[in-house]
Write a protein that binds this ligand. Structure first.
Ligand code: SAM
Length: 190
């Protein structure tokens, strides 16, 4: 299965995919699922992950897609280093989110200076990220310089990329849709 969506999204300048590094099936199952949920909800088109292959994770996200629509899915990559090299060879850019990186406020000048097309892979770690990934990335960006969470870092990053427009994304073929309420819950089922 190749999760790469060939058709560009007309409503977005950037086509963003997440690369979750070194997933550990037991320890990270909830947080990696949250990375995928946040990626999907905040405008990424799919998530690759390295480390342990995890059918439970892939099924959980498939069920979200079936109920809530869209085409977001997750795909395991065996060799993340060659995956990143291939991504760059085919013209995409690579951002690594790390508290050691340049401030996220640099995002617009960094992005304007890229001559690559707007296909972006955003890497987030689980355990300690080996230094080689810092060198492979085109940009190492910090969401503040305090340690926090890959889930938070990803959400803030995507929101900066899409400038808030991602919160209005509609997902095709959704079975479930929320009708916003001042108080209470209203869910439309198709
Ligand atoms: N201790 C690990 C290290 O030294 O690489 C980081 C673990 S942290 C819980 C997991 C991931 O959250 C990091 O790899 C990074 O992608 C993200 N992260 C945490 N704080 C961040 C920050 N201030 N800015 C950007 N990303 C951050």
């Amino acid at each position: 299965m190749d999760i790469h969506q060939k058709e560009p999204r007309e409503d977005a300048d950037w086509r963003v995919y997440v690369l979750r590094l070194n997933h550990r099936r037991e320890r990270d199952k909830r947080i990696t699922t949250h990375c995928a949920l946040v990626g999907r909800a905040f405008g990424a088109l799919g998530m690759y992950y390295s480390g342990d292959q995890d059918e439970g994770l892939e099924t959980a996200i498939k069920n979200v897609r079936i109920n809530w629509g869209g085409a977001f899915s997750v795909q395991h990559v065996r060799n993340p280093v060659s995956f990143i090299k291939d991504w760059k060879k085919s013209g995409g850019s690579v951002v690594h989110l790390t508290m050691y990186g340049l401030p996220i406020t640099k995002i617009s000048e960094l992005f304007q200076s890229t001559d690559r097309h707007k296909e972006l892979l955003v890497m987030i770690g689980a355990s300690k990220v080996p230094i080689g990934y810092y060198r492979l990335a085109d940009y190492n960006l910090a969401i503040g310089h305090q340690p926090h969470s890959e889930v938070a870092a990803l959400a803030v990053f995507l929101d900066r990329v899409f400038k808030g427009s991602e919160l209005e994304n509609e997902f095709e073929n959704a079975k479930l849709r929320i009708i916003p309420q001042e108080a209470g819950k209203k869910l439309l089922r198709k």
